[in-house]
Design a protein around this ligand. Structure first.
Ligand SMILES: Nc1ncnc2c1ncn2[C@@H]1O[C@H](COP(=O)(O)OP(=O)(O)OP(=O)(O)O)[C@@H](O)[C@H]1O
Length: 253
């Protein structure tokens, strides 16, 4: 379970998160959505202990990442927005490195690596330097490395980025299985139909606040709109703007 209360984050004088709060229950996929720069990645980095909050409280399965970030990293599978990998290692070497950091027994590690590698179709890249791999393949390496220690909590920052349709479908189905097993998943994406499909609840961050939170049904009722894209545009005050901007662009082209 993830619990966030009155979370405030300032970078210098700039308030990025203005006292947000939400909770992700066990067996739940929570979609954290919002325009570019609204604070989704910052929230996730605070949850894994990479960024320190200015104030407020965060607990991941009862552990405070500001006090014990190592414990949190052991419990959490985190996929950052941009893969953080060692370019001069091969995926095979990188998975072994992750295995030793996480203390995964050798046989278990080999079994899991071989299953994930086959599932995401990256067998032929196992011995190639990570720095030479395509963005999507690097994303798959990042994703596999986050799942190898079988974490109870998943923090996925635009984890579908760059994945081909087959791999995206596999990840989607896997997340639904993880949810059934009672894991907590927080998931950010700009692919709104995807969020609509898999998220149990959605929190929409805008200007440092969670402006709306709920199930798709609750969001539809609240915004009087039928799909998540229209809900998103309406609540972030962008719906009329989009029309005006396109008209202005048409006029200048
Ligand atoms: N280390 C930092 N120093 C200063 N400002 C930062 C830092 N990290 C993030 N920010 C600022 O915090 C704000 C929120 O950034 P964040 O990356 O959390 O947004 P996001 O919602 O994940 O955006 P996107 O959808 O574009 O990925 C932005 O204005 C960003 O410039």
């Amino acid at each position: 379970m993830i619990e966030v209360e009155r979370l405030l984050k300032k970078f210098g004088e700039k308030i990025v998160l203005n006292g947000i709060g939400f909770r992700v229950n066990n067996g739940e996929i929570y979609g954290l959505l919002g325009p570019n720069g609204s604070g989704k990645s910052t929230t996730m980095k605070i949850l894994v202990g990479i960024v320190r909050p200015t104030s407020g409280q965060v607990l991941v399965d009862g552990v405070d990442p500001t006090r014990d970030s190592i414990k949190v990293k052991e419990m959490v599978g985190y996929v950052p927005e941009i893969p953080v990998l060692y370019e001069s290692l091969t995926p095979g070497e990188f998975f072994n490195f992750i295995g030793s950091v996480r203390g995964i027994p050798k046989e278990e590690l080999e079994e899991r690596v071989s299953q994930f590698v086959e599932a995401f179709g990256i067998e032929e890249y196992l011995d190639q330097f990570i720095g030479t791999l395509s963005f999507g393949t690097q994303q798959k390496v990042s994703l596999i490395s986050a799942l190898l220690h079988d974490p109870q909590v998943l923090i996925l920052d635009e984890a579908m980025n760059g994945l081909d349709p087959k791999s995206a479908r596999i990840l989607r189905e896997l997340l639904l299985e993880f949810k059934k097993e009672g894991r907590s998943i927080i998931f950010s994406t700009h692919i709104l139909p995807l969020a609509e499909m898999i998220c149990d609840r959605i929190g929409l961050i805008y200007k440092g606040e969670i402006i709306v939170e709920g199930t798709m049904e609750e969001l539809k009722e609240r915004a009087h709109e039928e799909n998540l894209e229209d809900i998103f545009l309406k609540l972030t005050e962008s719906k009329d703007e989009v029309y005006n901007i396109v008209q202005a662009l048409k006029g200048t082209l």
